[in-house]
Design a protein around this ligand. Sequence first.
Ligand SMILES: Nc1ncnc2c1ncn2[C@@H]1O[C@H](COP(=O)(O)OP(=O)(O)OP(=O)(O)O)[C@@H](O)[C@H]1O
Length: 248
Amino acid sequence: MSEYSVELKGLNKVYSNILKEDTIALKDINLQIRPGEFISIIGPSGCGKSTLLRIIGNLDKPTSGTIEYRDGADQQMGFVFQDSVLLPWKNVRQNAEFPLVIQKKQTKENEEKLDELLELAGLSEFKTALPRELSGGMKQRVSIVRALSYDAPLLLMDEPFGALDALTRDHLNEELLKIWQKTKKTVIFVTHSIEEATFLSDRVLVMSARPGRVKEMVEIDLPRPRGEATRNDPKFTEYNKYLRGIIG
Ligand SMILES: Nc1ncnc2c1ncn2[C@@H]1O[C@H](COP(=O)(O)OP(=O)(O)OP(=O)(O)O)[C@@H](O)[C@H]1O
């Protein structure tokens, strides 16, 4: 068992296509993510961020290289994508509860925890609302609660707030950190926003343009809990400038 939540060694991914040249999406990725860490992945469009996340999430296979997980984390992962796919005929609570139903894990303890998460995500008053009655931000909150409902140690998020306006996004970033601090999950978060990566993360992985490699891993030494004061901290601006410079 790896001491890391996730450990990638020499990971490569090539997409083959008989009609055109192969696409080398990932090249020699080595990465160690500690339990409970919040890591963001940034880099130019097409550099392989989503491919890397999908491979970590067992949704795709690497061409070569290995991945090790801690405590069977590969069996239990939570996913949040840009478009929250909620079942339109089920209400907020039923949508959030869905993984528990599928996995037959509707224990009293899990149900209570689900209600706590809904409360933490500010959804308590909307438990009986249907998805069509919710704003985009609320739908994303439901999908975060759903991803956390079955207590997977690893949460994978691919541009979860990409489609939201800047204010809602800032607000949800703060909510996500609150939930993260309470649940102590390992989070791997793909984003196009440098500011979002800085605000959220313990470390930011900067990838190079295709073929995607690890260009630099940047430790974000900003105090927690983070909030509005973080965004006004001159160090926050410095980190953003530095990251922008690396991406080029
Ligand atoms: N299923 C696939 N088949 C063939 N090529 C693919 C496939 N998925 C991704 N690619 C290619 O692999 C490269 C990396 O794609 P990926 O979506 O991982 O990048 P990304 O960094 O997440 O991009 P973006 O920032 O634009 O969302 C791209 O050149 C893409 O065209």
